[in-house]
Design a protein around this ligand. Structure first.
Ligand code: AMP
Length: 144
């Protein structure tokens, strides 16, 4: 399948659709998943067009991983999860629903079960609050 330039994450990158941003640099954009499976569920996307792992070039792939590490550390420092899952789905049969490459960061908290993937839209104020917490933790890390 050819990359669909109108997919929802492409629209977010173009500013045509809102997102709760936690971090942005030249190559990547990080924002809250609107249907989080846990508090702090964050998505990291490359700015380069890529549908999945198979058409993602090495350089944007490396940049996504660098940003993923940064946000994972910020989540660890601020939200204090007891575990953290990274997932990345490729193709409809794997469960991919948005066809712009993305890494999920899913914090896990002891005795708090994960919600179902992509089922329940979270309250916008709650997402905004969590995004601010993570964003501040990134700033604190970068300045400290
Ligand atoms: P995947 O199933 O790996 O393709 O994941 C796509 C993710 O994107 C799901 O977890 C959705 O909850 C999330 N999602 C869909 N639309 C939006 C949006 N407009 N803003 C933020 N997250 C979204």
């Amino acid at each position: 399948m050819a990359y669909d330039t109108d997919n929802v994450f492409a629209q977010i990158l173009e500013g045509k659709m809102p997102a709760h941003k936690v971090f942005e640099n030249e190559h990547t954009f990080a924002f809250m998943d609107i249907m989080p499976v846990s508090v702090g569920h964050t998505l990291i996307i490359p700015k380069a067009e890529a549908e999945n792992i198979f058409d993602l070039e090495n350089e944007p792939g490396s940049e996504v991983f660098k940003t993923t590490k940064k946000i994972a550390h910020a989540i660890q420092a601020s939200l204090k999860p007891t575990g953290l899952i990274l997932t990345q789905l490729n193709g409809t049969d794997a469960g991919q629903t948005v066809f712009h490459y993305h890494m999920h960061i899913i914090p896990v908290y002891e005795k708090m079960p994960l919600r179902m993937h992509g089922k329940e839209v979270e309250d916008s104020d709650a997402l905004a609050k969590t995004a601010k917490t993570i964003e501040q933790a990134v700033k604190d890390m970068d300045s400290g």
